[in-house]
Design a protein around this ligand. Sequence first.
Ligand code: 5AD
Ligand code: FES
Length: 350
Amino acid sequence: MKEIILKLENERFLSDGEFRRLIEDDSEETARFLTERADAVKRRVFSNKVYIRGLIEFSNYCKNNCLYCGIRRENQNAQRYRLNKEEILDCCAQGYSLGFRTFVLQGGEDSYFTDERMADIISSIKSEYPDCAVTLSLGERSRESYEIMFRAGADRYLLRHETADSGHYGRLHPPELSLENRKKCLYELKEIGYQVGCGFMVGSPYQNTDCIIEDLKFIRELKPHMVGIGPFIPHKDTPFRNMPQGGLELTLKLISILRLMDPNLLIPSTTALGTIDVAGREKGILAGANVVMPNLSPKTVRKKYTLYDNKICTGEEAAECIICLKRRLAGIGHEIAVGRGDHIGFGEDI
Ligand code: 5AD
Ligand code: FES
């Protein structure tokens, strides 16, 4: 298995058969060697630096009905909320003083936030904080909408593809959603000039090794700047309430595989990973991840933005989160990088 891992490091990709063997091998020795190579590759590019992005969950209204997601429209138990522009700007102000230089505006697909409203929010943030990047995570919208928000100053867009296998996509989503449209959105975002992030859940219902291999192939084709992956965690008010949770080891292994596929990639160690294991985020960093996205949302709404059960950090203030995070990163010999964090890779000294 070591040869396969070294081949992945050198050639940045593997055949289907080799990926299958690597993904399905659950020996400790393989896991250890994979982590070791991914860590070495990450340190060569990023040293021990971890980028932070401040997450602002500004609306949990969603017109979609994804079977896995706690804010799906049919969930009558979700307490819906929206932050207004002032509340969003307050989050940015607090985040800025804590050292954040990227704000991620994440929400459900909420038609209240029209292109005009989004453009107004984005341009207000950019004029108050010209040294900051604005990242959007608002789901599928039209090309025109993406263009309007880009012109208003948005820099980056996160849209997980969720699975690159169209049959699997159909089992996770209602019929009105398609992998084809998801991919179209991602390519449009890239064409417009956004830095783009895609990603998928690990261990989502009906996922098998073939699906994961498709995900890796799609990622190679799209060439995103960021790939976010995290374990699937069931939510009690969704059709997938009784489905098994995604695995820690497989998530870590896939983080390492992604790191070897692209040494410059931004890979978050996700909140979902921190939710299934108390040291999950630290383990993610040690497996090759280099981004964390602490929550800047007001404490009053955090519990309401629950995509899955038992989400961590819902009772914390933003300041507490960052102190806790610094301590945790120091504990594993890492530190927070300053600045926007988009001058990645290419052998530069960052
Ligand atoms: N478990 C884990 N991740 C989830 N997401 C949504 N629901 C869940 C869940 N139950 C992820 C999706 C989405 C991102 C914002 O959160 O991948 O794109
Ligand atoms: Fe939120 Fe630790 S990162 S409390």
